[in-house]
Design a protein around this ligand. Sequence first.
Ligand code: NBP
Length: 477
Amino acid sequence: ASAQIGVTGLAVMGRNLARNFARNGYTVAVHNRTAAKTRALVEEFGDEGAFVAAESAREFVDALERPRRLVIMVKAGDPTDAVIEEFAPLLEPGDVIIDGGNAHFADTRRREQSLREQGIHFVGTGVSGGEEGALNGPSIMPGGSAESYASLGPMLERIAAKAPDGSPCVAHIGPDGAGHFVKMVHNGIEYADMQLIGEAYQLLRDVGGYEPAEIAEVFRTWNTGRLDSYLIEITAEVLSHVDAATGKPFVDVVQDRAEQKGTGRWTVQIALDLGVPVSGIAEAVFARSLSGHAELRAASRDLPGPAPARLDPEAAKAFADKVEQALYASKIVSYTQGFHEIAGGAAEYDWDIDQGEVAAIWRAGCIIRAAFLDRIRSAYDADPALPSLLSDPGFAKEITEAQPDWRDVISTAVTQGVPTPGFSAALAYYDALRAERLPAALTQGQRDFFGAHTYRRIDREGSFHTLWSGDRSEVEG
Ligand code: NBP
């Protein structure tokens, strides 16, 4: 046994992760259900480091140093269970299985519990950064036992992305499913970021009258400021790309139906279960599903409404600055909601998650990497019990300054008929939080009226019911 780590599942992610370990000096055992992929990896990249090719599960397990560290990088869902069932009987107490796929955290909790009974550490690990990240440094979010992290952590730190201050983008998130939960929320935030960028693009195009290549320049400028992020950077690349076949902007020849693999949807489903309002993320998921309803959209195309009136170039320039404010303010709200969900998950499942650390390990390697995350990290470092990002004095100040433009952009969108569900949901969340009174009091009255669900009063303890169909006197509920 000579390999310090093994990777089974050698599609794009597993292959690149195995190469990343090898390039960092580790001897890596590699295995894949279809053995041809294992051989291909060693043939193509064998000179990058030390690989031990294993054809069978037994060979793979025997190639690993004890305690064994075995990374599973297969399609999430049933394949993961199949692989665990294949390997678990070959392992011994103290060995560590790392699942780097996009598992649902509830599956991870189930697998962790069952393997723990056999003395095997199961480390459900979020890995973000796609193919490129897996090879050159992903952001890594491991869950599982603290004990497993003691032996695994240093290896993950070597292969992880490095933040601008040099620190590795990996941290032990918490027990059992905590790592996959945080990865799920990362993806939900990613959906929201992408939706907000999409809305900014559509406003610049329809109201600002800019062409895609010009909008790319606007995004490039934004990318030198507080919006500096990977997603803004690639947005500029996509918008400036010209389709070779037609000579048209690439964005104009792609069908406008956004697909999804499910992690954004999970973020919203779980938020509903936890009772955490993630309205911005939900709007982003719904916007993708709406875009895919081709027949509904075709049937609705003739519905009346305003057509955007294009601004003159001077006004368009001023409008673009306002859109930047709206995008930034809405982004603060999305992250506020995402971090609230992490806090909600931590409370529900008894995970002690360091929110500042989560922000820190998202600073590089992952899809939502951004200069902004350093600010979030500082906010939580300054006050680990921060009730909301909006309570941080720095973010509160920025949102105060952005507010007139944020409102103005949404008003323009509404009067000109440009859909901005993300911007609007973010502002509605903000306004609801700061409201002195919400119509929830009326909701409680209605619930008591039709269902005797009772209500609480502002001036007395206890629950009460009004005899709505009687003399309307109040009784204790
Ligand atoms: P895929 O998700 O396409 O999975 C392909 C791999 O799963 C192949 O190695 C395949 O083996 C193996 N596999 C399947 Br399918 N069923 C199996 C079974 N019953 N037993 C054993 N092996 C089985 O690969 P990927 O895109 O590299 O993603 C791997 C994981 O990483 C996924 O969970 C994904 O969600 C996650 N992830 C992907 C990205 C990304 O950008 N692609 C980013 C972050 C996380 P075979 O070669 O024999 O068919």
